[in-house]
Structures are given as C-alpha cells and as structure tokens.
Design a protein. Structure first.
Length: 55
C-alpha cells in the first residue's frame, strides 16, 4: 500500500504536467476545446491510481 502523501505528490506532478501546456498556449481555451476534459481525465486518473494502490 502506497502512503497517501506519496500518491498525492505523484498526482500533483501529473496535474502540473497537464496544466503546463494550457498555461503555455492560452489559445487552447479560445479554440472552443472543452477544458473540462482535463478535469475528468484527472478524476479518472485519481480513481485508477487509488484502485491500483488498494490491491
């Protein structure tokens, strides 16, 4: 079992990697592309990571 803090750090790193291109190129938000998809991706990633660590 992975301690929650370690998992949280990994997720934080992944979130920064996902968020960085959005900050780098702000035209993504103007192209009509839903930024909500990133949030859903992070939630799915969280659930996947949690299910992996509980085994």
């Amino acid at each position: 079992v992975v301690p929650f803090g370690v998992t949280y750090e990994k997720i934080g790193t992944i979130q920064r990697r996902l968020a960085w291109p959005l900050h780098k190129d702000d035209t993504l938000s103007r192209s009509g592309r839903p930024t909500g998809l990133n949030i859903y991706f992070i939630i799915v990633l969280l659930l996947f990571t949690y299910s992996r660590t509980t085994d």
